[in-house]
Write a protein that binds this ligand. Structure first.
Ligand code: FAD
Length: 318
């Protein structure tokens, strides 16, 4: 079922959902199940599965030289989506990237989604490849997420890259796109970034999921500005409970977000990561309570492979 239908059917009640990351190559699917099992009591109607960019790996050659190759360390997004749907009977949302895929590869992936009964796609540009400073569009691939939104809509209408005429079958995907309450790092201004979001919505995006944020004020302002621009689709907040001292630098570096001073101070006082985890849980609970009062359609949790703290947060809310 489409995410927009799940939201409509909930009749104003806030839903719980989560995002999981494929394990590294060679790890079994049980790793993902261990991540999801503890959270099923909160009845997520959908689960997102991320896609990782490919990266450079260096392989030792016998002659003392190294060979540089490109590899995807966490493949399997679509296979994981199919397994989760089969095991838990919930909808899954594969993240589909521009970066690293040609248009043909994207098309084959979308065709697989149709066969697997996947109704929702998260359309993303992707970041720069590890080891590269800037995002470089893949040769033969899409440049921006909006191009991907167009392509996904074409497939839904039965229009394929090499076909001039429309096919008989129509199966419109429900399309999610990314939004940034603190602005996307490459956008020259918030207004510019919101204009680009509006273009994705006008192209046919059905809902927005935000980058993680730790101050609700930023989400509220983002939603208010988006509404002024007639972006009237659901804007789902992304939540991440801080769990380790290392997150103080990892989260801003990876996700290009700020942490609030109060939270930084609290974490600074913690004597170990067990204390940090508790601080993160309390922070998220307070954040989510305010978001529930605001009437958000879904609280979407970034699990990053860990569920115990999300479970503690969700127990206080659902
Ligand atoms: P776009 O919407 O294409 O925007 C990228 C930048 O270009 C922005 O600065 C925008 O303002 C600008 N822009 C957009 N369109 C145009 C245009 N037509 N002309 C000029 N400028 C333009 N990354 C992964 O690798 N895998 C994942 O699974 C993943 N999941 C994510 C889930 C969520 C909810 C979010 C918020 C992010 C996720 N990301 C993921 C990160 C995302 O890929 C990066 O933030 C990426 O840098 C931008 O993606 P986007 O889809 O927002 O890009």
């Amino acid at each position: 079922m489409k995410i927009t239908e799940h939201i409509k059917n909930a009749k104003g009640k806030t839903l719980f959902s989560l995002e999981v990351i494929p394990p590294t190559k060679g790890t079994g699917i049980e790793d993902i199940y261990r991540n999801i099992d503890p959270l099923m009591e909160f009845n997520p109607p959908f689960i997102d599965v991320t896609t990782s960019r490919e990266e450079y790996v260096y392989i030792q050659k016998g002659n003392g030289l190294m060979e540089r190759k490109i590899s995807r360390m966490r493949p399997g997004t679509l296979g994981i989506c199919a397994s989760i749907q089969h095991k838990y009977n919930v909808d899954t949302v594969p993240h589909v990237l521009c970066g690293g895929f040609t248009k043909e590869e994207t098309e084959y992936l979308l065709v697989d989604c149709l066969y697997l009964g996947i109704d929702n796609i998260m359309a993303l540009r992707g970041d720069a490849m590890k080891g590269e400073n800037n995002y470089i569009p893949t040769e033969g691939g899409h440049r921006y997420a909006i191009d991907l939104v167009d392509h996904i809509n074409d497939i839904g209408r039965g229009k394929y890259l090499t076909d001039e005429k429309r096919c008989e079958t129509e199966s419109k995907f429900c399309i999610g796109v990314a939004g940034y309450p603190e602005k996307h790092i490459e956008a020259p201004s918030m207004n510019y970034d919101l204009q680009k979001l509006k273009e994705k919505v006008d192209a046919g995006a059905d809902y927005v999921v935000t980058q993680m944020f730790f101050e609700n004020r930023k989400y509220f302002e983002f939603v208010a500005e988006a509404r002024k621009m007639d972006i009237d689709i659901p804007i789902i907040p992304g939540i991440k409970p801080v769990a380790t001292k290392g997150h103080l630098s990892l989260l801003p570096k990876t996700f290009k977000i700020d942490l609030p001073e109060d939270l930084i101070k609290e974490i600074g006082k913690a004597k170990d990561n067990a204390e940090v985890k508790q601080i993160g849980i309390e922070w998220s609970v307070n954040q989510c309570r305010e978001l529930l009062d605001f009437g958000v359609p879904v609280l979407h949790f970034y699990s990053m492979g860990k569920s115990d703290n999300i479970k503690k947060v969700a127990r206080e809310l659902f």
